[in-house]
Design a protein around this ligand. Sequence first.
Ligand code: NAD
Ligand code: UDP
Length: 331
Amino acid sequence: MADIKQILVTGGAGLLGANLCRRLLNDGHNVICLDNFFTSQSLNIDELRDNPHFTLIEHDVIEPIDLQVDEIYNLACPASPPHYQHNPIMTTRTSVDGAFNMLELALKNNAKILQASTSEVYGDPNITPQPESYRGNVNPIGPRACYDEGKRCAETIFFDYHRMKNANIRVMRIFNTYGPFMHPYDGRVVSNFILQALDNRDITLYGDGLQTRSFCYVDDLIEGMIRLMNAPDSTPNPVNIGNPNEFTIKQLAEQIIHITGAQSKMVYEPLPADDPLQRCPDISRAREHLNWEPQIQLHEGLIKTIEYFRNIDLSQFKLPTPNESHPHRVA
Ligand code: NAD
Ligand code: UDP
């Protein structure tokens, strides 16, 4: 392989990180996975440990670190609402201090750095689909603010490091992504519904279930991430990456019940505060500049993800946070 790189993946044991580490190793690179295992466990990367091209560093991105790297994918941050609301101060610090520390590391190494930002920077959007130019509708003092504002501030830090210090940045706004290596107890809608359906339990719809999300299968997301990292420096930032096919949460539940053949019924529970009513990416920029668009639609992606959940041993997974932050988890 012509261009073997030393690549740091922070949050490398999580859903996106575990898939990204595998893809980068398959592409022939040396991968350093940095994680503090807050919302994941080493199960996701255990099989990689014997690979001589893989290194695991247990570390918190809130603390500085010195490494030799060519590229950094900065993914470290709890992503599911119950997890990021568990210790909101640490969530903000992870986004903000993590951004400073990883940007300093990038500058020291003259390395490219990609920030995993989020559709949450748009908050509860009042336009749809959301283009990158939309400035968002975020409640700065609500329970989701630690994540939304932490990620918004991280974007600010990335752009200021670019303007002031010429950091070579990529900022990717990720829309709801699911797939193998999701933590079964992360409290996100896809994992909750699949576990409930596999166990023939009630499916918990929050609110009226008519709020929408646009679900992207993880392989598509990782392809977009790698294309953005490898795109010319002149590529505009930030870039939305997500699947623009929008579904209500109720439609998601119906698909999961259908695929699993579950006997589950749907039950309605209160909508969490500040829960966005709609979310759908405008991916024109990714189409034009990365020649990217998702290939795997929801039905196919759910079949793969349900197969993953059928085959994991749930007893091996511990709750990432205490039970009270998972009021809706399955037992
Ligand atoms: P995840 O919770 O599965 O993985 C996050 C990983 O980061 C975990 O392995 C966790 O242990 C690690 N981590 C958390 N805090 C850390 C810290 N202080 N130091 C070191 N490691 C830490 O979540 P994910 O879905 O893989 O998300 C990865 C990134 O992508 C996050 O930054 C998230 O905000 C972003 N993102 C994800 C989605 C999505 O739908 N999956 C959507 C938008 C943005
Ligand atoms: N949701 C739900 N039942 C669940 C978990 C989540 O109805 O068991 C809803 C949640 O209120 C939100 C959507 O599903 O409207 C997506 O939730 P998730 O936590 O996966 O991600 P978010 O996009 O809110 O960050």
